[in-house]
Design a protein around this ligand. Structure first.
Ligand code: SIN
Length: 521
């Protein structure tokens, strides 16, 4: 089966939805998503969208906070674009009808780690991702120029002579292979943190976009920087969910088993230090105490106000037998991929007609450690810029593709889940928040053993998913091994200090040696 569109958007997080909505004024758009349209990392975002909207705040301050959090690895131009174009994108959303929370008639602004100003817009208290995503889903669902294909898994990006013509897809509904051709193709498949056992991400977020792009020769940048969110709910059963940094923004403290605040003296912003600083301090505290978690304590705050501000977290805590107005057990969990597929400031990649946006893209903004709530803003700003660039640039695509005869052996599902769980255990234990050469090499070896013992069948969907999963884990591990220093979200036990010799982005490209490229200031 063949389909043809002007714009193919793969992924239904905020970047994909916003780009689809904006592109619909230029032509016919298809959104392809591997599960249902409301499953994405964006949907789970609690904190909000960081953008300058207050008269006492300025893009230059937002710029500085982003650069400072990024540990020396942010590229300046994309950050400038983000902080300067961001406020207008937020205004566009508001004008289209999106309702952010207000206080006394003004936008209510939250505070999160690394920000020196209150600038985080939120909606539904702590349901910002859900509210913004749902708002965009409503826009795209009712748009005649947009077709939505749920349960369609992208299995190959179609490229000839370095020009992208679309994607090959497995339609899980009809159990058939399809070819979608597009004048422009945008990958917005999100991050990869669900390759870790302890994660805030939905289980579908396993970096397929990274593997698909790597396979066709895109440059993959800074994969060593997987950001661990400091405060994810801790339970002995392993169940977890995000406890937004905005909870600390409203005054919650981090304490150890003895109820002692351990962030004092570690950073001038204490509990609101950038994420990497807080996550590392929690890890060290847990190690010292030999415990599995620390606590967020809120009993000094107005409990009713806290429940009103964070209704979703409150309800999830209650369901898990925890009163959030007292104290919440928390520990770090894999949360965000700071690197990804290298793009320029228009979302373009080294393959003509192939654009990448959202968490999957490495625009140069996030550096070694993303500033909280910059990601939804990046989806809006760079989603629009990519569509504008597509609109002005046309390359002739090839229609010379055929159905390859893919199959899906559904009986492989149980084995796939079992192997995926084993891999996520390995990643958590040996390539997680703290790594060393020994642990990373051990993880690589385990992954090789899994590859060797797996029954890989050519052109079969579960085999492909497993190969992609292992490919992404290896990209993370290889980059982490090469960076012999600790910086931002990369913490190496054997190289605990920052080294000026590593003020570079790592670049991995299929069939080539890994290289480092300069930061652009
Ligand atoms: C949070 O609410 O703490 C998460 C926001 C983010 O990851 O940017």
């Amino acid at each position: 089966m063949f389909q043809k569109y002007n714009y193919l958007i793969v992924g239904s997080g905020l970047a994909g939805l916003y780009a689809a909505w904006y592109a619909s004024k230029y032509g016919k758009v298809a959104i392809l998503t591997k599960s249902s349209i409301d499953v994405s990392n964006s949907y789970h975002a609690q904190g909000g969208i960081a953008a300058v909207t207050d008269k006492d705040d300025f893009p230059a301050l937002h710029f500085k906070d982003t650069i400072d959090a990024g540990g020396g690895l942010c590229d300046y131009k994309p950050v400038e674009i983000l902080v300067n174009e961001g406020p207008q994108r937020v205004k566009d959303l508001i004008e289209a009808g999106m309702k952010f929370d207000k206080e006394k008639g003004h936008l209510a602004l939250g505070l999160e780690g690394g920000h020196h100003k209150r600038r985080v817009l939120h909606a539904g208290g702590d349901s910002t991702g859900k509210m913004v995503s749902q708002f965009m889903i409503d826009q795209v669902s009712s748009n005649e120029n947009i077709d939505i294909f749920e349960n369609h898994i992208a299995i190959e990006i179609l490229v000839k002579d370095k020009i992208c013509s679309g994607v090959r897809v497995w339609d899980c509904n009809s159990q058939k292979e399809m070819v979608f051709l597009g004048d422009h193709t945008m990958m917005a498949l999100g991050g990869t943190s669900a390759v870790y056992k302890r994660t805030t991400n939905p289980e579908t977020t396993v970096g397929d976009g990274v593997a698909l792009c790597y396979n066709i020769g895109n440059q993959i940048c800074d994969m060593e920087f997987i950001q661990f969110h400091p405060t994810s709910f801790y339970s002995e059963k392993g169940f977890t969910f995000l406890i937004s940094e905005a909870v600390r923004g409203e005054g919650a403290y981090l304490v150890n088993r003895d109820n002692k605040r351990f962030m004092i003296g570690k950073h001038e912003l204490k509990e609101l230090a950038p994420r990497d600083v807080v996550a590392k301090a929690i890890f060290n505290e847990m190690k010292m105490e030999k415990s599995s978690n620390v606590y967020l304590t809120l009993d000094h705050l107005d409990g009713e106000k806290i429940k009103r501000r964070f209704p979703m977290i409150n309800s999830l805590c209650e369901k898990n037998g925890c009163d959030m107005t007292k104290r919440i057990p928390v520990a770090p969990a894999a949360h965000y991929m700071c690197g990804g597929v290298k793009t320029n400031v228009d979302g373009a990649t080294n393959i003509t007609n192939l654009y990448v946006c959202g968490e999957l893209a490495s625009t140069g903004i996030m550096g070694a450690n993303r500033l909280a709530s910059n990601s939804l803003l990046e989806c809006l700003v760079f989603g629009k810029r990519a569509v504008d660039h597509c609109h002005k640039n046309n390359a002739k695509i090839s229609e010379d593709y055929k159905i390859e005869g893919y199959s899906c052996l559904n009986e492989k599902d149980d084995t796939f889940v079992e192997v995926k769980n084993r891999i996520s255990d390995i990643m958590n234990q040996y390539a997680g928040i703290i790594k060393s050469e020994k642990s990373l090499k051990f993880a690589l070896n385990e992954l090789d053993n899994i590859s060797k013992s797996s029954n890989i069948i050519e052109n079969e969907i579960y085999s492909l998913r497993l190969e992609n999963l292992i490919c992404v884990c290896k990209l993370i591990i290889n980059a982490a091994l090469l960076r012999k220093e600790s910086r931002g979200a990369q913490i190496r036990e054997d190289y605990p200090d920052v080294s000026n010799g590593y003020l570079h982005h790592s670049i991995q490209e299929k069939g080539k040696e890994t290289t480092f490229i300069n930061i652009e200031k």
